[in-house]
Design a protein around this ligand. Structure first.
Ligand code: FES
Length: 175
């Protein structure tokens, strides 16, 4: 019996987070050959399932792996990819790394805030968008960069941003 199977985990008592998702996460972990060094992979799975990593989910992972909650929190807070707050349907990431910054990322993010009516790490009222600022995403040649989920918009200009956002609003029938 592997270490993680030997640990009895009770599903947290929370009304907002569906039990089925905890079950699915538990199955995912139980099926791993080893959980050693797999914390990041497990957190990715958890964030895909829940959309974010609230305290209950972090504690669930910690109990399941038999590690301190602080260790899980340390990883969650280190990587900008992970979030402890619910996100909108689309995540708009504005790269604030050096190359993007030099090419006007500060103006890009200000314009995005204006169009969306939110600050970084907030969700728009309609639940469609979350805006985050991220560190270099490794495509500096295309600076400045904005990503909507995994779609990359390179050498993006302030005046293009509204059209980009409207594309997603249209897709959702919100325009
Ligand atoms: S600084 Fe933005 S992609 Fe590298």
């Amino acid at each position: 019996m592997t270490k993680q199977q030997a640990i009895s985990v009770t599903t947290p008592m929370t009304q907002d987070l569906p039990k089925e998702k905890f079950d699915e996460l538990e199955t995912f972990i139980d099926q791993m050959e080893t959980t050693k060094g797999a914390l990041i992979e497990i957190l990715h799975k958890a964030q895909n399932l829940f959309g974010y990593l609230p305290r209950d989910v972090q504690l669930f992972v910690a109990r399941k792996l038999g590690i301190p909650g602080a260790e899980v929190y340390g990883v969650v807070s280190f990587y900008s990819y992970f979030t402890t707050k619910p996100r909108g349907k689309y995540t708009i990431s504005c790269c604030m790394g050096t190359a993007c910054f030099v090419r006007g990322a500060d103006k890009i993010i200000e314009r995005l805030k204006e169009i969306l009516g939110i600050e970084s790490n907030e969700i728009t009222e309609d639940g469609l968008f979350t805006l985050i600022d991220v560190r270099c995403i490794g495509a500096c040649g295309l600076a400045p960069i904005v990503k909507v989920d995994e779609k990359v918009y390179g050498r993006v200009k302030e005046e293009e941003l509204e059209d980009i956002i409207n594309t997603y609003r249209l897709l959702e029938g919100k325009k």
